[in-house]
Write a protein that binds this ligand. Sequence first.
Ligand code: TXA
Ligand code: MG
Length: 331
Amino acid sequence: YSARNLTLHPMQTTIGKDIKYASMLLQQGEIVAIPTETVYGLAANALNEDAVLRIYEAKQRPRFNPLILHVDSFEKFDTYAQDIPDACYRLAERFSPGPLTFLLPKKNNVPDLVTAGSDHVALRVPAHPFALELLKSIDFPLAAPSANPSGYVSPVTARHVYDGLHGRIPYILDGGPCQVGLESTIIGFEDGKVVLHRYGAVTAEDMEARSGCPVVTKHSDDHPLTPGKLKSHYAPALPLFVGDIPELMKRFGDKRLAVISFRQRYVDPAPDYAFVLSPSGDLHEAARKLFHTMRDIDAIDADVILAELFPEQGLGLAINDRLHRAQSLFR
Ligand code: TXA
Ligand code: MG
């Protein structure tokens, strides 16, 4: 899998719907891209360090960035984690399977390579039927980050995975377009509180109502050295700027502009390319289309992407978080 080996022996990457074949490859220690309801994951046997290493290599992911462990039921959480608070079970009963990841103190059977040396492990039950069937067919958990080259936008179709990783992985299990379209919400537990580490489709309000605990947000920029909170993530190839569209259009007036907006179409002046994510104002629809749209824009002849801020509520918070992470650092 080294860069040199890849140029000499690029491997054939196949896309298909054969869950049994995917299961066989995983049992042999291979890596396989799998569909989940959030984004596609690049999966391997989490208990096999050689297999897990292949994930890091195929993605060119820094070793200090840990991987989520996927299991088929929250009843398996205590196989890999300990000191699980009641609030975790209250939330898992409601939101697992689903787009919610739990950070819990790990047991010794979880390899340090998976958690990047942390004493906490991230656990999730994905809600996609193919992922669940696959997990039920094997007797080990699947370590899986998003199936994109490190630093690029997460894939929400099998084709997106192929575009980024072909030649580096043997198989992509095609489960259709992802229904959520943004990575899972990530939470931990501290002093009777739920700590929100990454915004996603399960919102703070949802979790407060269900857990009876206050939800506090750890902003990603507060702890730039904590794994998983590196600022440059999810970025398209073109420079992207977030803010007031008419103002930004004035500033970049001489460039070919692609504008991402929620429900409003900007007409005066009109950008070269306009992507309205949900004319009816549905944040779920907008979230589902966001990464798709960023990738589509990378394939056209625009110079700059401008995006407006979404409503600061519910899924709008997750969308704004991803837009900010995609934003160019050099302003
Ligand atoms: O929706 C998702 O979560 C998708 C699907 C495939 O499940 N996965 C995903 O994985 O987005 P990834 O690796 O792209 O993002 C997971 C984030 C990373 O930022 C990682 O640093 C963080 O979770 N993470 C994983 N394990 C952790 C740990 N033990 N402690 C702290 N952060 C952790
Ligand atoms: Mg990722």
